[in-house]
Design a protein around this ligand. Structure first.
Ligand SMILES: Nc1ncnc2c1ncn2[C@@H]1O[C@H](COP(=O)(O)OP(=O)(O)OP(=O)(O)O)[C@@H](O)[C@H]1O
Ligand SMILES: [Mg+2]
Length: 338
């Protein structure tokens, strides 16, 4: 669907070169809600500008549905862009035009006839839940409503891809959730592929199926959202994951358990599909005491990731055997320092 191959982008301003993207490879499949996360200046917006070819990469290629955008003439590019909708942090609505007129802009530009424009705009306003606002002006709407209009406008020309650059950053948490639910609905009902750019891991957690982490113009980690949240590899990825998954034992708990003699600590992943009676096995098979000191369960899109931290207390050789049992790949526990 969208494929970037070895994309680099260097800006030159007053003789100073900034490499905003360096050898980026990215593949977004049809039907994905793909999240790109990174700190400010990582190159996320530059990446999105390469996809709609508002700017040309310094080197590398972008393919949409297998076609190299670089091979297109200007008029072909204009047509190709109709296939790509975009929404923005600050909505980019025209204040002098009504909501109806704002949503109609792409259709007017494409010279669609008036009756069709009317039908399509009203259908879209209905879809985003704002059919009653057709004659209002943008400054009469809340931020969440403005973004719904931005979404309706982006969908007007029936795109197969929707690009969202920090589309919820100006909204409160509750409104953010309602916009994210709308994006999910667009993905499911219209089968539109969505690329979300954000610096908030909670956005990725709620709607994305894949994620790429950007740092200094490069993608440093990429994968299925459950895998990345379950075992992040890079330092930045770990930091992002920790903003939503609390798998650190609170200091107050740590203080209480640190001096317990003959004890060891283990972090056991909690798998809802796994029915191994781990705690029961530990107590019965190894004749040790098991103390649950901390647990956390987090929802990731339609799944969960959870951890249980167990303190095992008992004789040294029994603890060693229990440790062997817990390290079995099927259980996948890791020992923690006390
Ligand atoms: N038109 C430009 N001219 C010069 N430098 C630019 C230009 N656009 C971006 N840059 C530089 O490229 C780098 C990446 O910028 P970009 O806007 O892609 O980051 P970002 O990840 O979107 O950040 P933010 O989260 O703050 O939006 C930055 O160092 C930025 O200063
Ligand atoms: Mg940006």
């Amino acid at each position: 669907m969208i494929e970037m191959k070895h994309i680099s982008k260097t800006y030159t301003r007053k003789g100073v070169e900034t490499e905003a993207l360096h050898q980026v490879n990215l593949k977004v499949n049809e039907g994905d809600i793909y999240g790109v996360i990174g700190y400010s200046g990582a190159g996320k917006s530059t990446l999105i500008r390469m996809i709609n070819f508002l700017e040309k990469p310094t080197s590398g290629q972008v393919f949409i549905n297998g076609i190299d955008l670089g091979s297109y003439s200007t008029s072909q590019l204009r047509d190709a862009r109709k296939n790509i909708g975009m929404i923005f942090q600050h909505f980019n609505l025209l204040n002098s035009k009504t909501i109806f007129q704002n949503v109609a802009i792409p259709l007017v530009l494409s010279k669609v006839n008036k009756t069709q424009i009317k039908d399509r705009v009203l259908e879209l306003l209905d879809f985003v839940g704002l059919a009653d606002k057709a004659e209002s002006y943008p400054n009469e709407l809340s931020g969440g409503q403005k973004q719904r209009i931005g979404i309706a406008r982006a969908l007007a020309s029936n795109p197969s891809v929707l690009l969202c650059d920090e589309a919820t950053s100006a909204l409160d948490p509750q409104t953010t959730d309602s916009i994210l639910n709308l994006l999910k609905k667009i993905n499911e009902e219209y089968n539109i592929t969505i690329l979300i750019i954000t610096h908030e891991m909670s956005i990725i957690q709620k709607v994305c199926n894949r994620v790429a982490v950007m740092e200094n113009g490069e993608i440093i980690e990429e994968g299925n959202v459950l895998d990345v949240f379950g075992s992040p590899q890079q330092t930045s990825t770990k930091k992002f994951v920790q903003t939503v998954i609390h798998d650190e034992i609170p200091a107050s708990v740590k203080n209480k358990i640190k001096d317990v003699p003959n004890s060891r600590l283990f972090k056991v992943p909690f798998d809802q599909n796994d029915t191994n009676p781990i705690v029961n096995d530990l107590i019965r098979t190894f004749n040790i005491t098991v103390n649950i000191v901390f647990a956390s369960i987090n929802e990731i899109k339609d799944d969960t990731i959870g951890y249980l931290v167990l303190q095992l207390i008992g004789e040294k050789d029994l603890l060693e055997k229990a440790a062997g049992y817990l390290s079995h790949p099927e259980i996948g526990a890791k020992e923690l320092a006390k």
